[in-house]
Design a protein around this ligand. Structure first.
Ligand code: UDX
Ligand code: UDX
Length: 613
């Protein structure tokens, strides 16, 4: 373990020592002192008593190879690290001294035996150094993707040093505190185990990128709001400046990994920037898209369905793919690590998100038909999902999908199709978004039409603002559009979400479409808070005196609320609009509510109310 102050931001910090090399450290002599001040070799050297044999050789290997041996031979930055931990005659003397002690001899070994051992260890050192070269990873972008992904890499690969860097000082400070900047089940635990060991968060972007062997880039890729491709194309400004900066600060060869979702062929553009600014340094670019879903990010990272790595089909490209593959192979079985060419990897990510979103739009389209016909969407989805070719997942009807990826990625896909002369394909995917927008406006219309066609000055309680349960993330949450729709009809809204702050909600309701996808300090600030909106920290407070309740996130706690109490404290007739199918409509009707649940047979009250946009 590192002593206090010895991290990558401290002078002379460097590779950590938890590689797979150590032999039986219990059999170590007392007399070795690495003298590097890191405390790492000290850990090795100050173990139990003297031993010999196989364990002794293990110790010698560790003494000899140690962290320096791993990084030795070829790293241009070795000298930069200032540790002075190199293998010269002094190390050799210590090695021979250690051999002497371990063999229990009083006099040094015979020169020929000594030479033999020396050449054996040197050869092994070189081989192992090649095989197990300590990898240093740096990730630019400490967001929902970069933070958890790097934390899990650090946890699963103790011999890899991971530094996550970001331009946001506040975000990095939060990653270094007890209050992590994102809420994700299990994340705290992972971060606690590795932070300060082989996981670090820093704002010293250039320094750490300069030192890294592998640089992940996970920065924002917003949808363009002006100029060519506005409203569809991905804005690669942050990516381009990241690439230029990497080229600028690199002192050694690097593998640059696209972690952000990017349009197909982005790698080509990035590669051009890197190569044209390379100053003799070799860059290999890989695409390694992330498939984690928020709320289950840690589980998804621990047990991924697949890890996808795309690279150039050149010998260097293939080698780079293998290097990254070895990182994941620490915990993911090889049959789950798919390697492809760069373009397939980039497109697979967009296609996967488009397919997932398409399933939701399909079931949501059917939900409208269910309401019109008296069918129940849950029953239909269950029957459909029982077909093993279709499967049961991702068939829950809802008020609409949200999240930072689906809409953005489909828009990007649409734009790419258009640019490649495929308008029919573009329009096919565009309809997935159209149905999603339709679902949100349909919901708002249900609310307004059932409440005598106006919600002006009526209090409407909104339960749940995050784009799904178990996350505090509100990016593209359907709650924004629903609230804006109700505000458009002059409703007074009272919002409760267990994980979303008032500041975030006010910001979301004031931001223009697509403006959220920028580093926080570059987002246009909201002029003033929306006056008709209040935010509470209690569902009962939010619903007190309300005319209607809208459930917009499927938080488990909403299933267990005391709806009798809520009903008693509401205006009558009391309405409940369940956009996530979390409540039992029949039970709530028995309490006295007028109930609307997405895709369920309609309450008699609602039957004659027009809800179609
Ligand atoms: C981000 C992108 O939003 C998404 O499109 C992409 O597919 C993956 O990366 P996420 O991690 O969820 O996803 O985003 P966010 O939480 O906003 O994190 C991005 C981070 O990058 C922010 O912390 C931001 O400050 C940082 N950043 C951005 C930089 O450090 N430098 C930059 O130049 C731009
Ligand atoms: C998604 C992808 O699942 C993930 O692989 C990718 O890396 C990023 O985008 P995420 O946005 O975190 O992950 O959440 P996801 O669970 O996919 O849900 C997206 C939206 O769809 C949410 O608003 C959710 O409530 C909604 N949804 C999901 C439904 O409405 N019905 C469903 O059956 C499933």
């Amino acid at each position: 373990m590192r002593g206090p102050g010895v991290g990558p931001d401290a002078d002379g910090g460097g590779a950590c020592s938890e590689g797979g090399l150590s032999g039986d450290t219990k059999a170590v002599g007392e007399s070795y002192d690495s003298g590097d001040g890191s405390g790492e070799n000290g850990r090795v050297a100050r173990g139990g008593g003297v031993g010999g044999g196989v364990a002794g050789i293990g110790v010698i290997q560790e003494l000899y190879l140690g962290p320096d041996g791993l990084r030795g031979g070829g790293s241009r930055e070795q000298g930069d690290e200032g540790s002075g931990r190199r293998h010269g005659p002094a190390s050799l003397t210590k090695l021979l001294f250690a051999i002497t002690i371990l063999e229990g001899r009083e006099a040094p070994l015979e020169p020929s035996i000594r030479a033999f051992i020396y050449s054996f260890l040197q050869k092994r050192s070189q081989e192992t150094a090649q095989k197990l070269k300590m990898v240093k990873i740096c990730c630019l972008g400490a967001g929902y993707v970069g933070g958890p992904t790097m934390a899990v890499i650090a946890l699963k690969c103790p011999s890899v040093e991971v530094v996550v860097v970001d331009i946001s000082v506040a975000r990095i400070a939060a990653w270094n505190s007890d209050q992590l900047p994102i809420y994700e089940p299990g994340l705290d635990d992972v971060v606690k185990q590795c932070r300060g060991r082989n996981l670090f968060f820093s704002t010293e972007i250039e320094k750490h990128i300069g030192q890294a062997d592998i640089v992940f880039v996970s920065v924002n890729t917003p949808t363009k709001t002006r100029g060519l491709g506005a409203g569809k194309a991905a804005d690669l400004t942050y990516w381009e400046s990241a690439a230029r900066m990497i080229a600028d600060v690199a002192k050694s060869d690097k593998i640059v990994v696209e972690k952000s979702t990017v349009p197909v062929k982005t790698a080509e553009a990035i590669e051009k920037i890197l190569i044209h600014n390379s100053r003799g340094i070799n860059f290999q670019i890989l695409s390694n898209p992330e498939f984690l879903a928020e709320g289950t990010a840690i589980q998804d990272l621990f047990n991924p369905d697949r890890v996808l790595i795309g690279g150039r089909e050149t010998p260097e490209g293939k080698k780079a793919v293998q290097v990254l593959k070895q990182v994941y192979a620490n915990w993911v079985s090889e049959d789950r690590i798919i390697t492809t060419n760069l373009w397939s990897a980039e497109l697979s990510k967009l296609a996967a998100n488009a397919f997932l979103a398409q399933r939701i739009s399909s079931v949501n389209a059917i939900s409208a038909l269910c309401e019109a016909t008296g069918a129940d969407v849950a029953e239909v989805a269950y029957s459909v999902g029982k077909d093993t070719r279709i499967g049961p997942k991702f068939l829950s009807a809802s008020v609409g999908f949200g999240g930072s990826c689906f809409q953005k990625d489909i828009l990007s896909l649409v734009y790419i199709c258009e640019c490649n002369g495929l308008p029919e394909v573009a329009s096919y995917w565009k309809d997935v978004i159209k149905v999603n927008d339709y679902q949100k406006s349909r919901f708002v219309n249900r609310v307004v039409s059932s409440m005598f066609n106006t919600v002006s000055e009526k209090k409407i309680a909104v339960l749940g603002f995050a784009f799904k349960k178990d996350t505090g993330d509100t990016r593209e949450t359907p709650a924004i559009d629903v609230c804006k729709g109700l505000l458009g009809d002059k409703a007074k809204i009272s919002i409760y979400d267990p994980q979303v702050s008032e500041e975030q909600i006010q910001r979301d309701l004031a931001l223009k479409k697509f403006d959220w996808d920028h580093p926080v300090h570059l987002q246009p600030t909201s002029p003033t808070a929306v006056k008709q909106v209040t935010v509470t920290w209690d569902a009962y407070e939010a619903t007190k005196g309300a005319h209607g309740v809208c459930i917009l996130t499927e938080w488990d706690e909403f299933r267990k609320l005391d709806y009798v109490k809520i009903y008693e404290n509401m205006q009558k007739p009391a309405f409940i609009f369940d956009g996530r199918n979390v409540i039992d409509p029949q039970k709530l009707r028995e309490i006295g509510f007028i109930v609307f649940s997405i895709g369920k047979p309609l309450d008699p009250w609602l039957k004659d109310m027009p809800a179609v946009v």
